[in-house]
Design a protein around this ligand. Structure first.
Ligand code: CU
Length: 482
């Protein structure tokens, strides 16, 4: 158990902006032999996220029962070799680093799960529009050895969703030790677009990590600036051999607190096509792109602009001082045909209706208690913080008042995606014009968004997705009524 003193320290230490010394951020790498280290650059090939097949084998999409697919997805302790010659114990779904379910709108998915971990587990489909019973309420935990089924209707727009633990006390460590999976939902609208598909549609699950000299993952709640290794699908700063053509790359940040600001090559241009809630209204040419914890950004990189033999580095402009900024390297190895295109129009945002309710959420750190609070309160599973009504559109204002400690926060809302209206009164940039489910709010900033409650009633969470803030209280509970 944490002492009160440790709690205060942990809370105070979570200021990403307040940090700056970077002391020791890369120190764990020093004194190691370069061979077989997680800190070697571009020494290992990118692991490709394993696409799971429905139970019963056979081809993907095989029908089971009344038109739904059944998967088995169970977390368990697994020893994996992230770099040759080393072993790391992780908590992984089906023993795989970030396995992926590919689902189609209109065809539900049932997931059967047994908790093979020694700690509780409560799986949440991040970005999913699902009944409360299947949403992974923090109290809805599977104890060790227990099992259940989750039902995901897949009645929502195509989007890159992901699965992670949401259990009341174990989620931070369960996510840190690797219990995440991808959930890529497509639909007929998206399938008709000429975007890169098949093996040119590549999900990348990014996170930071700290390893000890024996390649074991080390979790230190205070140590968010001391996780210098970046893993992409579990590969430490890998290289990825690509064809000289366009790729759709789906970026998901599964880190606890790490922010990325991606840059490609020498500030080369790439195309931003989607975010949390799926495709943007229109593609945006960018030279940098931020990705905060739990967010997704989808991009198209056209590698035909580079001669075969080129090596193009994706780097993080928000790396802490002393850290290697490199995230991964694309090696352009062969010419290739490319009939894919990025259309000028992608997907218009839906009309979320006229708002009739306004709410305000003040995100703040309390140095006295070491807790992170929403509207002055730490999470209490016995308390319902608000009762939105189904069919109602609301405007939420999220204010981050943590200027003193310089702590960024985010707001993630379960159940519904939302539309960002403005940041400090300024309309969102084109890259934020699509639907979102997680929005970052910098110290002193206010973000307003519009959200409509549809379909499902019951208890759902909203919280900061810097996971150690959430575990230190920055979460609330809404009970959506009919
Ligand atoms: Cu926060």
């Amino acid at each position: 158990m944490l002492t009160r003193r440790q709690l205060i320290k942990a809370g105070a230490a979570t200021g990403v902006l307040a940090a700056g010394s970077g002391a020791g951020a890369y120190a764990v790498a020093e004194g190691r032999t370069p061979a077989g280290s997680v800190d070697d650059l571009f020494a290992v090939p990118l692991r490709h996220a394993k696409v799971l097949r429905p139970l019963g084998g056979g081809t993907r999409g095989r029908r089971h029962g009344a038109g739904y697919d059944v998967y088995r997805l169970s977390p368990r302790d697994t020893d994996v070799s992230l770099v040759p010659g080393t072993t790391t114990r992780m908590r992984l779904f089906n023993g795989e680093v970030a396995p992926v379910i590919r689902a189609t709108r209109g065809r539900p998915v049932v997931i059967q799960q047994t908790n093979g971990l020694e700690v509780p587990f409560a799986m949440h489909l991040h970005g999913g529009h699902v009944p409360a019973h299947d949403d992974g309420h923090p109290d809805d935990q599977l104890v060790t050895g227990a099992g259940r089924a989750f039902y995901y209707p897949n009645d929502q727009r195509a989007a890159s969703l992901w699965l992670h633990d949401h259990s009341l006390h174990a989620h931070v460590e369960n996510v840190y030790y690797g219990a995440v999976a991808g959930y890529l939902l497509t639909d007929a609208f998206e399938e008709r677009l000429p975007l890169p598909k098949g093996r040119y549609d590549v999900p990348l699950y990014l996170r930071d990590a700290k390893f000890d000299d024996d390649s074991a993952l080390v979790y230190d709640m205070d140590g968010f600036m001391k996780r210098p290794t970046v893993l992409v699908n579990g590969s430490p700063r890998p290289y990825f051999e690509v064809d000289a053509r366009k790729y759709r790359i789906r970026l998901t940040n599964t880190s606890n607190e790490r922010a990325f600001q991606f840059q490609l090559g020498k500030s080369d241009e790439f195309t931003h096509i989607g975010s949390d809630g799926g495709l943007l209204p229109a593609p945006v040419a960018v030279r940098q792109l931020e990705l905060w914890p739990a967010e997704r950004q989808e991009i198209v990189i056209d590698f035909s602009r580079y001669p075969v033999g080129s090596q193009v580095v994706l780097s993080n402009a928000l790396a802490y001082p002393g850290e290697a900024p490199e995230v991964m390297r694309f090696d352009v190895v062969r010419a290739a045909e490319d009939r894919s295109q990025v259309p000028e129009r992608l997907r218009a945002a839906p009309d979320l209706g006229k708002p009739t309710v306004e709410r305000e959420f003040v995100m703040s750190f309390d140095p006295a208690s070491g807790q992170h609070l929403i509207n002055g309160k730490a999470f209490d599973p016995q308390r319902v913080d608000m009762r939105p009504r189904r069919g109602t559109t609301e405007v939420w204002t999220v204010r981050n008042t943590d200027t003193k400690f310089g702590i960024p926060h985010s707001m993630h809302v379960h159940l519904e995606h939302f539309e960002v209206l403005d940041r400090d009164g300024v309309p969102p940039a084109p890259g934020e014009a699509g639907l979102k489910d997680t929005v970052t709010v910098m110290p002193g900033q206010s973000v307003r968004f519009k959200i409509k409650f549809t379909d499902y009633t019951g208890k759902f969470m909203y919280h900061c997705h810097l996971l150690s803030h959430m575990t230190m209280g920055m979460m609330g509970q809404m009970d959506v009524g009919a």
